[in-house]
Design a protein around this ligand. Structure first.
Ligand code: ZN
Length: 132
């Protein structure tokens, strides 16, 4: 598994885009909404790893709820896998708990599934596979 991106929950995507553009001295290279999740995302590159900023677009969004509970900050780590269905089965067999029993479509042309933080030291982990 290779670290693909780090997801960061933010309250104000436009303001955070400016902040991270200043940090990296390079602007975000795309924005993308995921309507089913109620999020708007933007992406930055940091070497081989991407930084995904996530803003909730409604109060029911998982990102809005996360910020309400914990405030802004690191939301998840995403690892790229070659075969998402295989890894989901492998990890379930090892006792990991999946949030998504069935993969869903995420931003950046990916199929994704999340592992429940209670089985991963409170770190929300996303598995992702490029959609072919
Ligand atoms: Zn992500």
């Amino acid at each position: 598994m290779k670290l693909e991106h780090i997801g960061i929950a933010v309250k104000d995507l436009a303001a955070s885009n400016e902040l991270f553009a200043a940090l990296f001295d390079s602007p975000h290279y795309k924005t993308e909404g995921v309507e089913s999740e109620g999020v708007m995302t933007s992406f930055f590159k940091s070497g081989d790893v991407k930084i995904e900023l996530l803003e909730g677009t409604n109060s029911e969004s998982p990102i809005s709820k996360f910020i309400e509970k914990k405030g802004e900050g690191i939301h998840h780590l995403a690892f790229e896998v070659v075969d998402l269905d295989f890894e989901m089965k492998r990890l379930t067999d090892l006792g990991f708990i999946l949030i998504n029993e069935v993969p869903k479509f995420g931003a950046d042309n990916k199929r994704i599934a999340f592992l429940h933080p209670k089985s991963t030291n409170s770190v929300l982990i996303e598995l992702c596979q490029e959609r072919s």
